[in-house]
Unconditional design. Structure first.
Length: 207
């Protein structure tokens, strides 16, 4: 599924960022959107942070304002080149989220914004295991992504967005109980909040 707009959004960063800015108005704007998953987390200059599936560094930029120890990981060399240019004060690693080329128990915080919906349920399970592995004991996994709306009025705008920009895995994510998967992996859910009629979720899970 998806349309040519998905291809264009990955090809042109200005287009991706424009769509992201527009969608973020639903929660009060891009800056609030990029901070939602980080709310109430104690991040300081020494916090070891991994921005998982960092893309062009859209949230890496925010993370790098809080910490001097931010690493971005993405499978796409094009995205990493952009991230390096946009946020030069973070380090970057090319790799798959389901098999990260990173040592165990390295990070205090693993963050991921609007990327889990790109994975199928089996990949998600592998990714959660990998996130658990690279987190220090007591470390936190925080993410923001789509969720099945709890208010029916929000189905049409979400469905339109998904039809224009997303693939089958995003629809699968709506049917997936991410909290149960996290708990199966060994995480304790510390926070789970829904926004925009339930169509957006933020979770923070502790190792
Ligand atoms: C929708 S973008 C999100 C980018 C950014 N985090 C943001 O908030 O805008 C999804 C990103 O996930 C990356 N990605 C998709 N599958 C991946 C995987 N299996 N491992 C690592 N990165 C992946 C893509 O290359 C892309 O940069």
């Amino acid at each position: 599924m998806a349309t040519i707009l998905r291809t264009l959004s990955y090809k042109y960063q200005w287009f991706y960022d424009g769509i992201s800015n527009l969608a973020a108005l639903a929660v009060g704007g891009e800056n609030r959107f990029r901070n939602l998953a980080l709310e109430q987390l104690p991040i300081d200059k020494n916090t070891e942070v991994l921005d998982l599936c960092c893309g062009a560094g859209q949230t890496t930029k925010i993370l790098a304002q809080y910490s001097d120890r931010v690493t971005g990981l993405d499978a796409s060399p094009v995205a990493l080149t952009r991230a390096q240019r946009n946020v030069p004060n973070a380090r970057y690693i090319e790799g798959l989220a389901q098999n990260m080329p990173l040592e165990s128990e390295r990070f205090d915080l693993v963050h991921s914004s609007v990327a889990l919906h790109e994975m199928n349920p089996d990949e998600l399970q592998q990714i959660f295991q990998e996130v658990y592995r690279v987190l220090k004991p007591g470390g936190v996994f925080a993410f923001i992504d789509f969720h099945k709306p709890t208010n029916g009025l929000f189905w049409p705008p979400l469905a339109l967005f998904m039809w224009l920009f997303e693939t089958q895995t995003a629809w699968q994510l709506l049917q997936t109980d991410l909290l149960a998967k996290l708990e199966e992996t060994g995480f304790k859910i510390a926070r789970h909040k829904l926004y925009v009629g339930g169509s957006l979720q933020v979770a923070q899970a502790k190792k």
